[in-house]
Design a protein around this ligand. Sequence first.
Ligand code: PMP
Length: 552
Amino acid sequence: MTFNSTAFKQQFPLFSHAENAQLVYLDNAATTQRPQCVIDAMSDFYSRYNANTHRSSHRLARAATSMVEMVRGQAADFLNARAHDEIIFTRGATEALNLLSQSLAKNLRPGDQIVLSAAEHHANLVPWQMVANQYQLELRFLPDVQGEPQLDKLPQLLNEKTKVVALSAASNALGFRIAVEWIKPLLPDACQLVVDASQRLAHDVVDVQAWDCDFLVGSAHKFYGPTGIGLLYGRAESLAKLPPWQGGGEMISRVTLESSEYAAAPHRFEAGTSSLAAIAGLGAALTFLQSQNREAMATYESHLNRYLHSELTRLTQTLPIKLLTSHNNNVGIAALVCRPESSLSVSDIADWLDQHDIAVRVGHHCAQPLMDSLGQAGSLRVSLAAYNNRDDVDALIHALERLPFESREIPASSTEGGEWLGDDLSSVSLDELANQPSWQKRYRQLTRWANLLQPKPEIRNETNRVHGCESEVWMVHQQQGDRHCFAIDTDSRVIQGLSVLLLVLLDNRTAEEIRSVDVNQTFVELGLEKYLSESRSNGFRALLDQMLGYLS
Ligand code: PMP
């Protein structure tokens, strides 16, 4: 049996929707699409047997309860857990990691240590930071090479105080897999292994017994299931020792006014009503995935990923971009950054791709420490799923080849005698933008305006950074008499254009004049509110707020 990506893709109704005829969806690490069977299972739950589980003794409640318990069994099989009761339903990987960190920490002592890596998704970092503060625990981090944690260095970090090692089985930002099966034999007896498998479950057959992990988490929406539902696997003995996280209905065996006795796992960890329709959808997603030839599917994905990486590598020879990833042992993620001489930022590239209906993602991908360690503010991430094909990669490459890069020389830093760096935009008029007949033409005008903003390496430092923008933006202010002057630099072409707009409206004016300009109204009138992406609008507002902040 082989894997047929075309037949697989036909199961996903989103791709046959007329408005998505040209869509190239390459944002699968954020969320995958759902096959029809998942959508049907959710709708079937609501239209045929919607009821709350356990509490009611009627036919519908029994049907809902048996569905939930059946899906629990399917999930146990999916992960090769030893027993159904080792599966807990959560809202997603994030909730599972909050549950684990809070519950595990209650059994720890001040000074106990938790080992993580700098490549973790914030969901596997922030909850541990919170409990570390709350319970005086110490967080330790595996050394890495170019962001990739070095498992062979793990023994050096371990001692009798190490109580938890929590690592992602694959990076959501760079796609590399780690050899999870190596970890447990290295750990002291009292140390529990938590695996964040969020980025593995769509791509690999995961076996919790082979990995010998104590806990494992994942979100269904990353493996073709619904949002709002996730899996937490816990080894039976580990779960037995784990105190509950949230209190409420369903998680107790007896309650008095003073105290409660808690139910056994898994119900001890499932307070309240779960996302029942989502559990039904998860069951369908598991059946769907299990009915594929997973080995052939993985081979298909790996060949496609190799093709993606070789094509992107080819582009790096001619375009000012750099590839941070390699296809080796990678779940299907390519990460690109722009070289310093590039006239475009990764956000500009994502906008360009969006205009060609190619969906990718830019930013720090909830892995800010990883980006920091790579010296990058963010990257452009292309992430594959089994319904992608070479045509998708070709469309991406073709669009990238046509990117309107211009050579942009970044002058060496040279302000003699504190010379004011502001751009002279006195000849630019708002009408040049306002008179454009369509949004597309206005957008083009904005990118033409971008050329008017000169690079200012002198101001590119932390003090001048404008926070709240997805792109890197720096601003300085100077009062000349009663006039306020601003100088802006940014790596993003669209933000350069928007900065010119702001400078045309506000630069070299008195505080009174500035306050009388209704920038928000202009923003709406120009259609910017409607057509600009949310992150660009936020960037614009962050710039505006900073400018207005100088007046007070
Ligand atoms: N861990 C990893 C590795 C992830 O990629 C993600 C989602 N991007 C999460 C955790 C959090 O998943 P969710 O938002 O579904 O809870």
